[in-house]
Design a binder for this molecule. Structure first.
Ligand code: SAH
Length: 223
């Protein structure tokens, strides 16, 4: 149990320091802050990296990918909780599974799609170990979303496409919201898109730096 709630790996004080930092950076939603405080981020990365798990920084997870910075995870999660708590959420880019784990504690059902099999398998094991049963994972190209379970009340895209993928808008419920970093590698605008009956409205949240969203499923086992 100790390793699951993270005490032993890091002191509660280290975790609290991360939460203070997120508050200083403008995160206000106490539901999001509480979930981040209680989620063992060090379990979502290699042991070699785990001593840095409660720093507010993105860290490598292999395959040229990163676990998102806690501030960004908090910001994106806060954005989709703002108007109402979404019941069904789609995430594109499972990666380490950390953002998935945060969402699973705040909404009813989480669907998450990843294109790299090894990352998806690792995430599946971690989420099972934490007993997060409302999470559904799929190996696929996220540009196509996950049609079978659409429409979603919210969609979180954690890799950056150069334009907003149309299939994802189509899978958003009317009134639903999508938070997505749009632009070129490491220079994107984080957008909050709301689907309306007659189109979409767009709000720019801030400038961000995500890994690119890549077309097609990954094959091969190189790290
Ligand atoms: N939410 C993750 C962020 C991981 S980085 C976390 O908290 O750890 C972004 C992830 O998006 C990478 O794992 C990458 O493989 C994945 N990705 C990139 N393009 C994709 C696509 N077209 N479909 C699905 N996943 C994609």
């Amino acid at each position: 149990m100790n390793s699951l709630n993270g005490i032993g790996m890091t002191s509660q004080r280290t975790r609290d320091r991360l939460i203070s930092r997120l508050e200083e950076e403008g995160i206000r939603d106490s539901r999001v802050l509480d979930v981040i405080r209680n989620t063992p981020r060090h379990l979502f990365m290699d042991e070699a990296m785990a001593s840095r798990a409660y720093e507010d920084t993105a860290l490598p997870i292999g395959h040229g990918q990163t676990i998102s910075q806690p501030y960004i995870v908090a910001r994106m999660t806060e954005a989709i909780l703002q108007s109402a708590i979404p019941s069904k959420v789609l995430e594109i880019g499972t990666g380490s599974g950390y953002q998935t784990a945060i969402l699973s504690q705040l909404v009813d059902q989480v669907y998450s799609v990843e294109r790299i099999e090894h990352l998806l398998n690792q995430s599946r094991q971690r989420l099972m170990k934490l007993n997060m049963r409302n999470v559904h994972l799929k190996l696929a190209d996220g540009y196509a979303g996950w049609r079978q379970h659409a429409p979603y009340d919210a969609i979180i895209v954690t890799a950056a496409p150069s334009t907003i993928p149309n299939d994802l808008i189509q899978q958003l419920a009317y009134g639903g919201q999508m938070v997505v970093p749009v632009g070129e590698t490491h220079h994107q605008k984080l957008l909050l898109i709301t689907r309306e009956e007659d189109g979409v409205s767009e709000q720019e949240l801030e400038l961000v730096s995500f890994v690119p969203m890549i077309k097609g499923q990954h094959s091969g086992r190189t790290i």
